[in-house]
Design a protein around this ligand. Structure first.
Ligand SMILES: *Cc1c(COP(=O)(O)O)cnc(C)c1O
Length: 353
């Protein structure tokens, strides 16, 4: 090994779901099957390209103001970043700076572990129970911070707001981050607790319910003090995180509440229908409050099914890791995409029986 190797910061990276370049039925990374709202399309078509000579607004004022308006908070309570991955990464760097371990579930968004290792933050995973539920008491021990998604990923299970509040209340000496990437598809946001708990940070994204995964916009909402600390870290890292196109498109996406709500309604409707279809085929599905379903089949090996689907141009997500080795995560696509999935499953299962 070369001597310089020992000084290199090494990390086992997060592995994102595949982004195949050919046309497939893509149900593997929880993207929205519908396009962004018309205002976003128009903003891109009329983008002032001369403006690209200049650095974008480092404070992201227009986007921050639009989000503050939408969520009825002050602009000083909003932080934006390059997808919630960027926001969460900044949160880890800023808020998790203790010798004590940060706590998060054993089955959850696998990026948490990667950031903890990248930033050398000690962490401890708390086991979900047999039904993949968070055991709130596991988070009452001494720790350096707490983070969990609600609804959780990849289980899609939503924990009631009183469970979330109990975890926040029992951790007032540390920061608690609630990652609400999927909250728009079901459940109550912890945003309503922001005024009551000064240790709470809520993180959301434009990638799922707002159909803008490709634009990379995420945000945190908290109290002005914690948002100031986040901004201090950001300005010490990269002042110009949000590009000009993301800033103008983001504002348009936030303003069109009607389109946003209609998109969610369609996905939830397809999800409920798809859940029934999966059950008819013998799958066991966890209760989903998100835009995906986590499913297992007692008679079919998940890995084999995953590979058969892929060979037929239908991409779903499979991890093969401990406790979830027999599960597939299926993103809710359009009704037509889901019909293709079910058509394949019916043929596959019919043939094997
Ligand atoms: C999708 C997702 C994110 C990150 O999404 P961005 O595209 O970076 O905004 C964060 N947390 C969870 C749990 C997710 O599923």
């Amino acid at each position: 090994m070369r001597t310089f190797e020992k000084n290199i910061r090494k990390v086992e990276p997060y592995v994102p779901g595949e982004q195949p370049q050919n046309k497939v039925i893509k149900l593997n990374t929880n993207e929205n099957p519908y396009p962004p709202c018309p205002g976003v399309v128009k903003a891109l078509e009329t983008l002032d390209t001369d403006r690209l000579r200049l650095y974008p607004d480092p404070a992201c004022t227009l986007l921050v103001d639009a989000l503050a308006d939408f969520y009825h908070v002050k602009p000083e309570q909003v932080f934006v970043g390059v997808g919630s991955d960027d926001v969460l990464s900044m949160c880890f760097l800023t808020f998790f700076n203790s010798q004590k371990p940060v706590l998060f579930p054993d089955i959850t968004y696998s990026f948490y572990k990667v950031w903890a290792e990248l930033y050398r933050i000690p962490y401890e995973c708390q086991k979900l129970d047999e039904d993949f539920r968070i055991v709130k008491e596991d988070y009452y021990r001494e720790n350096g911070g707490v983070i969990f998604p609600n609804p959780n990923a990849p289980t899609a299970i939503y924990e009631e707001l009183d469970v979330v509040e109990d975890i926040i209340r029992n951790n007032q000496d540390v920061i608690v981050i609630v990652d609400e990437a999927y909250i728009d598809f079901g459940g109550k946001s912890a945003l309503e607790l922001i005024d009551r708990y000064d240790n709470l940070v809520v993180v959301q994204t434009f990638s799922k319910a707002r159909s803008m995964a490709g634009m990379r916009i995420g945000y945190a909402i908290s109290n002005p003090l914690l948002i100031r600390y986040l901004n201090d870290a950001k300005y010490s890292f990269n002042s110009y995180t949000m590009n000009q196109a993301a800033l103008v498109c983001g504002v348009e996406a936030v303003r069109d509440r009607e389109y946003f709500e209609e998109g969610i309604r369609k996905i939830v409707e397809t999800r409920e229908w798809a859940g029934k279809r999966l059950a008819e085929l013998g799958f066991r599905c966890l209760d989903s409050s998100a835009n995906f379903i986590f499913a297992t089949h007692p008679a079919y090996d998940a890995k084999e099914l995953f590979e058969a689907l892929k060979e037929n141009g239908i991409y779903v997500r499979y991890w093969g890791s401990e406790r979830i080795g027999q599960y597939l995560r299926i993103t809710i696509g359009t009704r037509e995409e889901m019909e293709v999935l079910f058509g394949f499953l019916e043929r596959y299962m019919g043939k094997k029986n």
